[in-house]
Design a protein around this ligand. Structure first.
Ligand SMILES: [Zn+2]
Length: 292
């Protein structure tokens, strides 16, 4: 009888200790995660966001409905390199076009200037904070130097920073992964696509991009690509691969196609406006435009 009572009270003591441990450890653990590793929680939550399926629909055009577009020197077309894909398998070309100095020691691809200014302006208006570019265009030599000392840096020749299409952002006190500890950082992660930018290296995309989570690194791809990538919840690699070469796809009033140039020319349906052409840095071309 005595033994049975002893057993019950011992069990109860263990139970009380366990409950106490849970009461203390759980909130303490949550505090530590929230304070020091919030970016992991944020990355996991972002992984759970459901992507929209089928944003791109295939479209058919007869030969009579298509016109030829030169990969250069067509006055009705805007040429850029905003759809360049750069990663370990697709290094940066030797000549980098469109680089311009936007402020002291900061150079960017001229095609992204207007939209990044708009993003900075809206952040200032909404939060009162100045977004700061900690790194923008880098020469290949500079990337090689960074690679030697920065654990996040990728080898020279494989960094988007060498294209001027990417920028690392911070606000005062919140740089790199800490960026998403700030309201501004989280807002940028959730809204950059409205300005033509994607979070190039999402928490859930490392096996596709080959690069660890970088919530501070935004990459310009313009419209409508940023919207489709963000809403589909895919990486740039997956987006590019989703296009069957030579086919046409619609998204809202846009038509998009990824093609191989024949005799220096691409094809695109007639009666479209705002036609853009960009190489994909994989030997192909993106061409897209809006219905008139
Ligand atoms: Zn970066």
């Amino acid at each position: 009888m005595k033994n049975a009572i002893k057993k019950v009270s011992r069990k109860r003591i263990w139970l009380i200790l366990l409950i106490c441990a849970i009461i203390i450890i759980f909130p303490l653990g949550m505090f530590v995660v929230a304070r020091y590793r919030f970016w992991v929680v944020y990355g996991i939550l972002d992984s759970l966001r459901k992507g929209e399926n089928g944003l791109l629909s295939k479209a058919e055009y007869s030969e009579e409905q298509l016109r030829k577009v030169g990969i250069e020197n067509d006055e009705s077309v805007k040429y850029s390199n905003i759809m360049w894909i750069v990663n370990a398998s697709n290094p940066t070309p030797d000549d980098i076009p469109f680089i311009c100095e936007v402020s002291e020691n900061v150079s960017l691809n001229s095609n992204i200037k207007a939209d990044i200014d708009k993003l900075f302006c809206d952040v200032k208006e909404l939060f009162g904070n100045e977004l700061i570019i900690t790194s923008a265009y880098r020469t290949r030599d500079f990337q090689a130097a960074i690679y030697k000392t920065n654990p996040y840096a990728v080898p020279a020749g494989t960094s988007e920073h060498e294209t001027g299409l990417a920028a690392d952002l911070k606000i005062d006190g919140y740089a790199q992964k800490r960026f998403v500890l700030s309201k501004v950082g989280r807002w940028v992660n959730e809204n950059a696509y409205k300005y033509g930018f994607i979070i190039r290296y999402p928490f859930w995309g490392e096996d596709k991009t080959g690069v660890e989570y970088e919530p501070w690194h935004i990459r310009y791809v313009g419209f409508p690509h940023a919207q489709i990538i963000h809403r589909s919840h895919i990486t740039l690699e997956e987006y590019v691969e989703s296009f069957i070469p030579g086919e046409f796809y619609t998204f809202q009033n846009y038509v998009i196609s990824r093609q191989t140039a024949k005799d220096g020319e691409l094809v695109f349906p007639e009666n479209f406006t705002d036609i853009n052409v960009s190489p994909d840095n994989m030997g192909g071309w993106f061409i897209w435009g809006m219905a008139k």
